[in-house]
Design a protein around this ligand. Structure first.
Ligand code: PNS
Length: 162
């Protein structure tokens, strides 16, 4: 049977840490669907279209990975695309509480959904989209943290040469 997994997130913007997890997941599962959340509580920096374009660029060459946007409950979306696995990254212990809460709630909402936690390369253990946005906003270098296309778009957003 085909193992189909959803990798959900805000991806505002995608970082090298996300890419590391996408590559690891692509080796582990038959199909990986990167799912961008549309209806965020906080206003995102990048539109769904922009986040989608940045992700499309980075998954080029990974034949079993696709990118889609979703709204509503993650478990409903996963069910619609035939996935029974949710991938989440855990960087440090501080991620654990929130992730445990979500995993257990998702299991309660749909008991056929299994959350798989993955650990990114340790060089990305401190990396987050929020920090990348903040550094870029203040003109700091984000070269090591995001792909070139994302760096360029962050520069454009903030009217800076990063
Ligand atoms: O990258 P993020 O922002 O930490 O991702 C959070 C995400 C998208 C996984 C989470 O907010 C989510 O699944 N939202 C969809 C709505 C939902 O299903 N909520 C109940 C989660 S228990």
């Amino acid at each position: 049977m085909e193992t189909r997994a959803v990798y959900p997130g805000s991806f505002d913007p995608v970082t090298n840490g996300h890419i590391d997890l996408i590559q690891r997941s692509a080796k582990l599962f038959d199909k990986v669907i990167v799912a961008i959340l549309k209806n965020m509580e906080k206003a995102p920096l990048f539109t769904v279209k922009e986040r989608m374009e940045m992700l499309e660029e980075v998954v080029q060459g990974l034949d079993n990975v696709s990118v889609v946007a979703f709204s509503g409950l993650l478990v409903d979306f996963a069910g619609q695309v035939g996935a029974s696995i949710i991938i989440r990254g855990i960087r440090a212990v501080s991620d654990y509480e929130y992730e445990l809460q979500m995993a257990l709630m998702n299991r309660r909402l749909s008991n056929r959904m299994e959350t798989v936690f993955m650990i990114p390369a340790e060089s990305y253990s401190f990396l987050s989209s929020r920090l990348v946005r903040e550094i870029a906003q203040h003109g700091g270098s984000i070269k090591e943290f995001v792909p070139g296309g994302v760096e360029r778009r962050l520069g454009e957003k903030f009217g800076l040469q990063l």
